[in-house]
Design a protein around this ligand. Structure first.
Ligand code: AMP
Ligand code: MG
Length: 399
């Protein structure tokens, strides 16, 4: 058996970041920038008011209070007119351009209208108060985002704000997903003797998409070497990576093993973990292949630990692994010394800022029902059970 970290390093070192492509801004969502982004414009483009209020001169407000004539109103999107002159205030709205002569904005909460066209202002006013200068967020020529940054929702918003219409990103990997097994049924038909419903491919299609990849669903491939070879060669030609489930352990009908052993350059690993001990990794015609075990929970854990980080590295992420966080065991996590690191599926909750983990009710590698709503993998090093109150490390899958 090999250590989990060694297996992860083998896989991560064997895959490379994909090529750089130029894409329209909206298509860059969840991609990783492959070049720095320099702003072509000032944001905001002009000095504007941070509040709804009155534009004034400092001299008029020197005593902390003044009654001024209101000489006009400027709305957001309007022209910066009229200019502010001594003895006058200009009504101004949030985001409206600051007129000439304005040295500060007094917020409307500090005002009282007097008659039709006067206002009484009571405020200690600082120079440039409530005025946002042009370029206060970003100046033209600033490097705002760097190669390696992920394009999240706010980044997309900022790109729009700067009028950046195209960006260079690492190409999103296209990943083939397939399951293998003569026992699998996915068309809703009545189960025959020995048949079961397919679940892994259905799950993996979503896990691959959640990892930020495009998916090609190759469906169920029967335990037939000729057919499997044809599908795998097609996938290797058309995709950046292949994820398979089933057929990588020691059974007589483990056809993935038979076929890939013949046509691809593979490492058949026995990893010192539970679940997901068998795992295969290699290349077919230069395309990385992740051979996940068939038991559904093993498939899930194996994808998380080995395939997901590699796919994210290919997509350009510089920190492709999930961080391990300290959490407090809320209940006992049972295990015995067996030379393996255990990845217990758990529910992590936050109570007053403290993260607590409770194991899901069933920990068998065939019991996907209990794992399905887990949001964490708690790492149990080889050894004895973990008692309630003990600190353990967990990989948070979602929160
Ligand atoms: P294998 O690794 O092919 O020997 O499969 C191990 C176990 O996982 C067997 O009980 C299979 O029936 C089950 N299995 C394999 N592939 C799938 C799948 N795609 N969906 C659900 N169960 C599967
Ligand atoms: Mg099988």
């Amino acid at each position: 058996m090999i250590a989990r970290v060694a297996a992860q390093n083998t896989v991560l070192n064997a895959v490379a970041r994909l090529d750089t492509v130029t894409v329209a801004r909206d298509d860059a969502y969840q991609c990783v920038l492959a070049a720095d982004v320099v702003s072509p414009e000032d944001v905001p483009p002009f000095a504007n008011s941070a509040v709804d209020g009155y534009a004034v001169t400092l001299a008029d407000m020197a005593n902390g209070a003044a009654e001024l004539k209101v000489s006009g109103t400027i709305a957001a999107g309007g022209a910066p007119e009229p200019a502010v002159t001594p003895g006058h205030a200009v009504r101004i709205m949030t985001g409206a351009p600051v007129p000439a002569g304005a040295e500060a904005i007094v917020m409307v909460e500090d005002s009282q209208r007097v008659g039709d066209d006067h206002v009484k202002l009571t405020a200690r006013v600082q120079p440039d108060q409530a005025i946002r200068p042009a370029g206060d967020d970003v100046k033209r020529g600033d490097t705002v985002f760097r190669s390696g940054d992920e394009v999240n929702a706010a980044v997309i918003g900022m790109l729009a704000s700067m009028n950046v219409e195209h960006v260079d990103v690492t190409r999103r990997p296209t990943v083939a997903v397939l399951s293998t097994g003569d026992e699998l049924v996915d068309d809703g038909s009545r189960l025959g003797p020995g048949q079961i419903r397919e679940s892994n491919k259905t799950m993996l299609v979503r896990l691959v998409a959640e990892a930020g990849c495009d998916v090609v669903d190759y469906g169920i491939v029967r335990d037939d070497e000729g057919k499997l070879e044809e599908v795998l060669r097609h996938a290797a030609q058309h995709c950046d990576a292949i994820v398979t489930s089933g057929g990588v352990s020691m059974g007589d009908y483990d056809v993935v093993k038979a076929v890939l052993g013949r046509i691809a350059d593979m490492q058949w690993m026995q990893i010192a973990i539970k679940p997901a001990k068998p795992f295969a990794f290699g290349e077919l015609d230069g395309t990385p292949i992740f051979g996940l075990p068939g038991n559904p929970v093993s498939s899930f854990v194996s994808f998380e630990l080995f395939a997901r980080p590699a796919l994210r590295k290919m997509a350009g992420h510089t920190q492709p692994q999930r961080p391990a966080l300290n959490v407090t065991a809320q209940a006992a996590f049972n295990r015995k010394p067996d030379g393996k690191e255990h990845f217990a599926r758990a529910i992590v909750t936050a109570n007053n800022g403290v993260l607590s983990a409770t194991p899901v009710s069933a920990q068998g590698s065939h019991q996907l029902a209990a794992t399905a709503l887990a949001n964490a993998l708690v790492i149990l090093p080889d050894g004895n059970p973990v008692a309630p109150g003990d600190s353990v490390q967990a990989l948070l899958l979602s929160f």
